[in-house]
Design a protein around this ligand. Sequence first.
Ligand SMILES: Cc1ncc(COP(=O)(O)O)c(C=O)c1O
Length: 354
Amino acid sequence: GEQKRNIRKALKTNWIGFGGPFTKALEARFAELCNRSFAVFVSSGSAALHLVLSAMDVGAGDEVICPDFSIISLPHAIALCGAKPVFVDVDYNGNIRPDLIEEKLTPRTKAIIAVHAFGIPAEMDDITRLADRHGLRVIEDCSQAHGARYRGRVVGSLGDAACFSLYINKLIMAGEGGMIVADDEELAERTSRARNMYYGTDERFYHERFGWNYRATDLQAAIALPLCERLPEIIQRRREIASAIRKGLEGIEWIEFLKPPEHVSPVDWVFCVRLKKGSPIDRKELMKRLAAHGVDSRPLFVPFHMQPMYRTDGEFRGAVEIYESGLYVSCHHELKRHQIERIVEAFNRAFENV
Ligand SMILES: Cc1ncc(COP(=O)(O)O)c(C=O)c1O
């Protein structure tokens, strides 16, 4: 309802491009949601990562730490800056392991990107303590965890800056879009100008720094804005749906779920399961069987150290295990009861007679 009203309003005022009133309202609301002074709306989560690293002067010869297991946008954003991504293994939930970061640091390390994987906040106290000790910047990637909390504090408020994707499958979505939040005014100013080519202020076509077309439109902001208000309700509904699916799968002895630690309040971005060791069917077979029962599922990610452009030797057992054993299905807040039942039934049927 409100999204349609907003879009009609944007069309009526002819403000359908970049930087209009809905963008300004969305940025203000997003900053508030993250307890931050500034928010910058951009074209994607991938763009947000590139802009933040660039604004932090990450460049040739620098190294940036990130988890070995997440979306490919992470190492790509680092590589786009001319820097080297350095991968750290992940825990059972897919989050970066703080205890393995220190051994990967070199005098060239500049920053750490911590992703809150699958809605579960990363171990931020350990990460920021280590970063402070070594003079490193910390960037949170909250794309999968809008509204999640770590020791009572909302994600996006825990590092030097944070990035969000507002892609269609995210809790607050704009169809396509991304957001940067920070308290540092200079970083906000730099990312804000760099998303729009870094046009000059006195002389328009004189560009002091690198900039790109990472603009998002007011139509996109008009779609995302009402979802900011609805976020608590969206989180709650997804929690109920995830809980119903979990309950329906509890009898399947070969399946286990992610295990958020006690001190976090996660959000249900997607519903992840992991196959136990010795499962009579592997992930690919399970996905095939779910599809045969009308349920779409996806693998989690492929570890970065196994990707053609980032192939690295080393011990990444956590990443390999979650890659081999994990998959997800939807727990979208608009799923209907019969769709939830179908997911539960498909899993149970998939393990019949194995
Ligand atoms: C953790 C994380 N970071 C970044 C991105 C990239 O966002 P986008 O698809 O908006 O570029 C995603 C997308 O799923 C993501 O999950």
